[in-house]
Design a binder for this molecule. Structure first.
Ligand code: UDP
Length: 254
């Protein structure tokens, strides 16, 4: 990890200088945080699984024409991505009431929403990622109106596609968070999907039982956190060869 220049370290990932200009290496850690850093922990093998899950979903999204920063997976914990200028917004797409929305609006968790709802949050750890409106976003220059239109259109396409893909493996896509970046190429700017898509930033419930298979198991101390991430990878058919043992480093054979 020390051979390359570290560009940025976040809560769940580290970004290193990439092998060519305009690229970065995205390293997935096992660290987990919740409630704006107040709760911290380690989910063993999470980094390996999220690297795989995000690779799989970004490739699938690429195949339907969603531009993403993903280039290719490099190894168990790293992927090569295009360097983008991150737009300082978290775009949350919701299909079912849960988490902060259920609380804020007094809705029972699990209530199907009349239609998909998009929310924007301003990325700021100091402020605890406050929810903002399009008015705030354009007035403060975090994104131009046409950038917002593009992010909204892309988010809805991602939602429709992922909802179907996940339903196919028995998972209900309750809500998720996306981040976008600006990619400059030949004097042109394109908005592309960045960051990651994994059980760290999606709520995924088993279609039949309603069992939570995402980071809420960590946030709410529900137990079997590692197993939930493994189950999502297993259903998508992407558990690393050798099974879960492959992710934890050497373990004693039984
Ligand atoms: N989310 C995220 N990062 C954040 C906040 C939310 O990835 O900083 C994801 C979260 O996993 C969920 C969705 O966005 O899938 C909606 O989260 P919510 O606003 O309900 O907040 P939470 O209850 O997670 O605090």
């Amino acid at each position: 990890m020390s051979r390359r220049r570290r560009i940025y370290e976040g809560k769940a990932k580290v970004l290193f200088e990439g092998p060519e200009p305009g690229t970065l290496v995205q390293y997935f850690k096992d660290d987990a945080t919740a409630f704006n850093n107040q709760k911290k922990g380690i989910i063993t093998g999470k980094g390996v699984l999220n690297n795989r899950i995000s690779e799989y979903l970004m490739i699938k999204l690429g195949e339907i024409g969603i531009p993403t920063h993903f280039v290719r997976r490099l190894n168990m914990r790293e992927q090569l991505v295009r360097e983008v200028e991150i737009i300082p917004l978290e775009v949350v797409v919701r299909n079912v009431a849960a988490g902060s929305m259920a609380k804020r609006l007094g809705l029972a968790e699990g209530t199907q929403l009349p239609r998909s709802i998009i929310e924007y949050y301003y990325k700021s750890d100091e402020l605890g990622d406050p929810m903002v409106s399009e008015e705030h976003i354009t007035a403060f220059g975090w994104a131009m109106p046409q950038d917002l239109d593009e992010m909204l259109a892309l988010s809805l396409r991602v939602n429709d596609f992922l909802t179907g893909l996940l339903l196919g493996v028995g998972l209900r896509l309750v809500d998720f968070k996306l981040e976008f970046g600006r990619l400059y190429e030949n004097d042109e700017m394109r908005i592309v999907l960045a960051d990651e898509i994994s059980p760290d930033n999606c709520r995924l419930w088993d279609v039949k039982t309603g069992e939570k298979l995402d980071k809420d198991r960590f946030r709410r101390d529900l137990g079997n956190v590692e197993e939930a991430y493994q189950e999502v990878a297993r259903r998508l058919g992407i558990l690393p060869e050798g099974g879960p043992r492959d992710m934890k480093g050497p373990t004693t054979m039984q």
